[in-house]
Design a protein around this ligand. Sequence first.
Ligand code: ADP
Length: 375
Amino acid sequence: SKMNRKIPAQKKIGSPKIEDVGTEDATEHATSLNEQREEPEIDKKVLREILEDEIIDSLQGVDRQAAKQIFAEIVVHGDEVHWDDIAGLESAKYSLKEAVVYPFLRPDLFRGLREPVRGMLLFGPPGTGKTMLARAVATESHSTFFSISASSLTSKYLGESEKLVRALFAIAKKLSPSIIFVDEIDSIMGSRNNENENESSRRIKNEFLVQWSSLSSAAAGSNKSNTNNSDTNGDEDDTRVLVLAATNLPWSIDEAARRRFVRRQYIPLPEDQTRHVQFKKLLSHQKHTLTESDFDELVKITEGYSGSDITSLAKDAAMGPLRDLGDKLLETEREMIRPIGLVDFKNSLEYIKPSVSQDGLVKYEKWASQFGSSG
Ligand code: ADP
């Protein structure tokens, strides 16, 4: 059944345009993407719509409207994150390379015992780079990136959500290699004994689990590899669809779902070196007086701060010189405003506390040692 011409979809569809899904840091990337942009946006859009229609036509048993919605809201185009954009997290990067990136790029090497995992969970405190890692994995493995959250699958019409989930998996197979990234997986795969669980989220969860296991069993049970030419683009290639999920609340994930995440990677708070790099980046365009040893001290006193805490701290510290001025701020020349100093950070430390408590951290570490994958 290779009658349909295979469309190398992910390459053509992936125009450097930022869609509206999960792109909080879209602005950061916008400038670099603009530089790469050469072809007129409109042609790409039209081309993409034609390709999407073609793909939708080729899918069987998939609701057309649902498929369109998946393309519109869930397939993420462009918006690339690379390994180098992410400070630190070396062991997580290595783990993701081995579990996902290499198998996706060299499927011939990862068969049998080396068969790639079908699910991987990134867990840890909020603001530590889990979403960035998922995006980098998609970029580095040249995969189609599907970014979903509970709200993107919830529909007010009964039964529509299941159709969306089915369409999601069908398209992911069609456009494989694919990464289905589920942010805050706990809100979709929460424990069954959760009182608040309503009918619609229960349906989403069940359909998701059904689709996900059909993926694994189809690939694990079949030995069709000889009918599959290794240099085809892997049309409907079950073996290269991965569910990658992130959560700040790993302990509230349903047990059935948890077991399907064969790899569970702990994404801890940033190490010294990582915080150092981040402070340097944040201050690189500011007038400041921090010396190397000030940076070292800053790193020391921000132990326990997450990536996003560090951003908040730096923002607050940057206000220090303005606060000193009070109302005089209004008539002070810009050049006369004093540079940011270590003292500003120290003042801000009084107010900007780490968002993860010591107790919270212990909870993550306990969960990591009980359920996490080592390495
Ligand atoms: P999470 O998904 O773990 O909650 P994100 O990946 O969304 O966290 O990170 C939130 C923000 O914090 C990012 O947009 C980025 O600016 C910053 N950040 C967090 N961790 C890192 C890191 N390791 N390197 C660079 N920036 C980071």
